[in-house]
Design a protein around this ligand. Structure first.
Ligand SMILES: *[C@@H]1O[C@H](CO)[C@@H](O)[C@H](O)[C@H]1NC(C)=O
Ligand SMILES: *[C@@H]1O[C@H](CO)[C@@H](O)[C@H](O)[C@H]1NC(C)=O
Length: 624
């Protein structure tokens, strides 16, 4: 069973696999048959590695062995079978035979038909094994996530006894008991999560990140209350000596082949390498150590969830720079973290990773850790879904009754994590706007919407108002200043977002806009007779000699609308006008005279004929 699971680790070379073969413990719980008398007693069964075991609880039910579809490889719908218990009846545990299809498919079919739990009867005589989920590529894993009934494997002999009791017409009742499946040695629950900073491994990684995000709130409450001691762990492998100079080891290992992780995309030539993952894992382990030292171990949860949000591989931000930003925003001592990481290129041991490798090896009741993610509660491997409710139940089962913290009884106890350091999120103290959102999953850094104005940004280092109304709020996060009755702003309602200094200013528009000295920079008012004076946001230009400054043309003109040049043309015009009137007068005089001449001549003609004189003047001249 385990060998198949190892495929998930996707190791590049087989030799490393050797290391991961080890002790795997089957987690067992008790099954108590209460009737009939003939088979009454306590039996062992093995908790499945899927579904949700009822940690700390007991489930009472009556067993049904279906008439057909014994192996539950088909939907019970096709056989018109249902295990839904009617009101007042005990829930149904359906007994299924092992074989022919995946355990998970059997469980899913049983759940679909209304069973409260599934018991799988082994088909050969052997020690109990852990039923596991199939590898992702081998089965349609859609339903895997949806299995929520507990499952247990029972021995062939118990299966046979139950079947014969049922066929004799007996009612078989039993209790499935998980109260002892988590030991509770003291008032504190110790638990470990074997995890990974890799976020590009498909569904496994997504489930893990989703779990970290959803469980964070509960984990932090438990840790702050001193109810739990949580330790994160990271699996690494060493490079076998024969491969030290190979390309694989060079790209997957740090510290001279001592600590390796598989390549995230399983392609040595693209994306991030295994060694990038080892370094980020080491950084997470170091962050834990640094915050644990100051008694704030729960901050690890903030770091890893923020890191997964802010520094994903997909966005090519899986880098030291991005990680350091997160560390700084949470107020964690970056120097200490760097010191803990040490020189990853050097051919030396790293004490943190060395300790991690040592704790991979199983001790006491815990087997070797070979699967990621793995949760270990009070030194027992946890079986079941990596999901908030289920894990919380398992942790709570680790407390003696009456010593359990309140969160075990009422799931959603709240503390406001935004009160401290604003949760490491962006805020504008002056405007009293914050990106910190206190939710039941712990705090989120999300840019807010204030008075209908949406803020956009990463929520950690920046948020900016956007949309048409954004200048109304805190001036859209832009510069704005009033001096001597004048107000200038770098926010523009027509811009979707972003700040831009108004004309006459230069700068980033966010923190500052500096006045531009138009005079010094020779941007305006440059005519020879101009006098330039800079003002805040503008300039004043005067022209002297009674001239006027025209701002839009950046030039000086005369007060009466003519420029200096046109004076001469005016004189010419005046002279021309004078000349014109003079000549008109001359013509007039001449005409008058000619008129009088013709009149006289006409009078005289009445007295003496002037035949010899051509009649060049006449009444036709009268129209003058
Ligand atoms: C975390 O701190 C506790 C107590 O302060 C200590 O017992 C434990 O060993 C520390 N864990 C690590 C991994 O340093
Ligand atoms: C900031 O806003 C919150 C709620 O929006 C309010 O409770 C708090 O008193 C405000 N603080 C200041 C300093 O205005």
């Amino acid at each position: 069973m385990r060998v198949r699971k190892l495929g998930v680790l996707t190791l590049a070379f087989a030799l490393i696999l050797e290391l991961t073969f080890g002790k795997f413990l089957v987690e067992k719980n008790n099954l108590k048959v209460t009737s009939p008398e003939t088979i009454k007693g306590v039996y062992e069964c093995a908790i499945g590695n899927f579904g949700i075991p009822k940690y700390g609880g007991t489930l009472v039910g009556t067993v049904d062995y279906p008439k057909s579809n014994h192996k539950a490889c088909k939907s019970f719908n096709d056989f018109d079978l249902s295990f839904k218990s009617k009101p007042g009846r005990l829930p149904t545990f359906v007994l299924i035979d092992r074989g022919d299809c995946y355990f998970t498919l059997k469980a899913w079919n049983a759940q679909q038909a209304g069973a409260a739990a599934i018991l799988v009867a082994d088909n050969k005589i052997e020690p109990l094994i852990t039923m596991d989920t199939p590898e992702e590529d081998k089965a349609d894993s859609d339903y895997l996530e949806k299995i929520n009934i507990p499952s247990a494997l029972v021995t062939k002999s118990l299966g046979d006894s139950i079947k014969s009791a049922l066929s004799d017409g007996n009612m078989v009742n039993m209790n499935l008991d998980w109260t002892e499946s988590v030991p509770h040695p003291d008032e504190r629950v110790e638990y470990e999560l074997w995890t990974n900073s890799n976020d590009e491994c498909g569904q496994k990684c997504d489930t893990q990140i989703e779990f970290l995000r959803s469980f964070k709130g509960a984990a932090q409450i438990l840790e702050k209350g001193g109810y739990t001691q949580f330790t994160p762990h990271y699996i690494t492998w060493y490079c076998p000596e024969a491969f030290l100079v190979s390309k694989q080891c060079k790209s997957q290992c740090i510290n001279g082949g001592r600590y390796c992780a598989p390549d995230p995309e399983q392609d040595f030539n693209k994306g991030y390498d295994g060694k990038d993952v080892v370094v980020q894992n080491l950084r997470q382990a170091c962050v834990y150590r640094v915050v644990n030292e100051t008694g704030k171990a729960w901050m690890w949860w903030d770091y890893v969830t923020d890191f997964s949000l802010r520094c994903p591989m997909k966005e090519k931000k899986y880098t030291k720079e991005c990680a350091d930003e997160v560390i700084k925003s949470l107020g964690i001592d970056l120097k200490k973290v760097d010191k803990c990481i040490g020189d990853t290129e050097a051919d030396v041991e790293n004490p943190v990773l060395k300790a991690e490798q040592e704790s991979q090896i199983g001790k006491g009741t815990r087997g070797d850790v070979t699967i990621l993610p793995t949760l270990v509660v009070n030194n027992r491997q946890y079986r079941g879904k990596l999901e908030k409710g289920a894990v919380l139940k398992a942790l709570c089962a680790g407390f003696q009754e009456t010593t359990e913290p309140a969160i075990c009884l009422t799931e959603d106890q709240q503390t406001n994590e935004c009160l401290e350091n604003n949760g490491g999120c962006w805020q504008d103290k002056d405007a009293n706007i914050t990106a910190c959102l206190d939710t039941f999953r712990g705090r989120l850094c999300e840019c807010p919407t204030v008075q209908g104005v949406k803020f956009v940004g990463d929520g950690y280092t920046h948020c900016k108002a956007s949309g048409p109304m954004h200048c109304g709020i805190n001036n859209g996060g832009c510069w704005r200043e009033t001096r001597g009755g004048y107000t200038y702003s770098a926010c523009h309602d027509d811009h979707s977002s972003g700040c831009k200094c108004p004309p006459g200013f230069k700068g980033d528009g966010v923190k500052s806009c500096e006045d531009v000295d138009e005079c010094k920079e020779k941007l305006a008012c440059q005519c020879p007779e101009c006098k330039c004076k800079n003002t805040w946001g503008s300039f004043e230009c005067s022209c002297g000699k009674g001239l006027l400054y025209m701002r839009e043309h950046d030039t000086c003109i005369g007060k009466f609308g003519a420029t200096k040049l046109s004076w001469s043309s005016l004189w010419i015009l005046v002279l021309a006008l004078a000349a014109a009137s003079l000549s008109a007068y001359a013509i007039y005089k001449y005409r008058i005279r000619s008129y009088m001449d013709s009149e006289i001549r006409a009078i005289m003609a009445q007295y003496m004929p002037l035949d010899s004189q051509p009649n060049t003047t006449g009444p036709d001249h009268m129209d003058f």
